[in-house]
Design a protein around this ligand. Structure first.
Ligand code: SDX
Length: 426
């Protein structure tokens, strides 16, 4: 941490604030003591606010760079697998071969959920949105793991993390099976993490399900690409909820809720719905015009990002995966033609270049998921499954940090000054 200082001149005051430097990225002005001088900072949407110190993920929006524990996402997506990335995010470094095998065994042996959890599903309408069911059932896990849970114990925090990483695929597949009226499929310990998920999603008691290696690889890559992304809205939600010492399963349910929004993880579902609404290439100009129209709230789903103002490196990898899967499965999806043409037109249009609106990770993930046979309303559940390791790793990191405090932002108050209350005749 550097010992530079920022000088804030406010009114007749001159306030000196320390500047802190990390390994990479922006230096930060430490305003923790600013309140004593009668001022708060004001930054709705956290456009320029660092909420914490973290060593998990680094994003350089200008360069389009994404590192997990220092490893670039392109290398991880190409040469690693999701469980290895989970280990890195949670433990801070790449595992040795023995550590990887041990971690894989641990996760595999936590994939079943308590059988009574099945009954929670029967309270939902069968046409309930899968994210609504996921929110409810992840939160319900807190009713099975609460009484002896000490969030200050590293061992118990890691056990909660292992359970969540292991059980999310089972719960997500249960949401899908309940939605389509098929029986739940139990996890299988002889399959890979991605293979087990596909089997729980698509196998039926009446016949075996043959896992396509290309689809299994694409699924694992989608999990890797969505695993963590610094202090995004849902991760910040989990951190804030966890800062009070709340049950981790309930905190992850809060992350699921935040991710559901179309501005965040709901964008892949919204993107596919948008491509289907556009329908054909010749209607693209009409939607591009709407996206530019200030009086039209329409936005191109899958475009733009708060941090990436160059390109989203995950979209680049996802785009390759998209072509691989469609070629392997010999799928000629007209929606991909619309997506490719939309990308070409948007990237050559000054409006989008000026506003730095590039395809983000959600733009291509939806097309791959559709090609795999996953319905649109399940897309954000897959995102939540992948992101659980990021959420729980940040939760674990926060609670491991000495002097951790409950998150409690302040405000700019613009309501009424004090006034007399006159009771009314009741
Ligand atoms: C994710 O934070 C993360 O890291 C998130 C995520 C993760 O891994 O956790 O990366 C996952 O959420 C990806 C983003 C998915 N969302 C979408 O694809 C939805 C469409 N995109 C937008 O709604 C928007 O781009 C955001 C929400 C992603 C970012 O919004 P910002 O940073 O708050 O930017 P903004 O809304 O202030 O937009 C800046 C300008 C505005 O125009 P002006 O007011 O300056 O004239 O760009 C315009 C916006 O109108 N704009 C768009 C647009 N996105 C922004 N115009 C058309 N289409 C779009 N998609």
């Amino acid at each position: 941490m550097a010992d530079q200082k920022a000088i804030l001149k406010a009114g007749d005051k001159e306030i000196e604030l320390p500047i802190l430097s990390g390994t990479a990225g922006h230096d930060v002005i430490d305003v923790r003591k600013l309140g004593a001088s009668g001022y708060f900072t004001f930054d709705p949407g956290f456009m320029a606010t660092g909420s914490c110190e973290s060593a998990i993920t680094y994003i350089d929006g200008a360069k389009g760079e994404l590192l997990h524990r220092g490893f670039d996402i392109e290398s991880l997506a190409r040469d690693s697998d999701y469980l290895e990335v989970c280990y890195m995010l949670l433990h801070g470094d790449a595992p040795s071969s023995d550590e990887y095998q041990d971690f894989k065994r641990t996760i595999t042996r936590h994939t079943m959920v308590h059988d009574q959890l099945n009954m929670f599903f029967h309270g939902f309408r069968n046409d309930a949105h899968p994210m609504a069911m996921l929110c409810g059932t992840v939160g319900a896990l807190s009713s099975f793991y609460h009484s002896d849970l000490d969030v200050n114990s590293e061992t118990q925090r890691l056990r909660s993390a292992h359970r969540l990483i292991a059980k999310m695929p089972t719960l997500v597949a249960m949401c899908y099976k309940y939605n389509i009226g098929q029986p739940f499929v139990y996890p299988r310990n002889d399959l890979s993490y991605a293979g087990n998920f596909l089997n729980m999603m698509f196998s039926v008691p009446a016949e075996d399900y043959k896992i396509s290696p290309a689809v299994e690889r694409a699924m694992d890559r989608i999990f890797i690409l969505h695993a963590d992304h610094e202090q995004n809205a849902s991760t910040s939600t989990v951190r804030l909820a966890g800062s009070s010492g709340a049950n981790p399963y309930a905190c992850i349910a809060a992350g699921v809720a935040s991710l559901w929004g179309p501005a965040h993880g709901g964008a892949n579902e919204a993107c596919l719905n948008m491509l289907e609404e556009i329908g054909t290439v010749d209607r693209i100009p009409e939607f591009i015009a709407r996206a530019k129209d200030k009086n039209d709230s329409f936005r191109l789903m899958g475009f733009g990002h708060r941090v990436y103002k160059n390109h989203d490196p995950r979209a680049t990898v996802m785009r390759e995966s998209c072509h691989e899967v469609l070629d392997e499965l010999k799928i000629d999806d007209p929606l991909l033609d619309v997506a490719m043409e939309l990308e070409r037109i948007a990237l050559s249009d000054d409006y989008f270049a000026e506003k730095k609106l590039f395809p983000n990770v959600d733009f291509y993930s939806g097309i791959v998921l559709k090609a795999i046979g996953i319905p649109t309303n399940m897309f954000t559940c897959i995102f939540a499954l992948s992101r659980t390791v990021g959420w729980i790793s940040h939760w674990h990191e926060m609670l491991s940090q000495p002097g951790q405090k409950i998150g409690r932002p302040r405000q700019l108050y613009t309501g009424s000054a004090h006034r007399e209350y006159k009771p009314i005749k009741k």
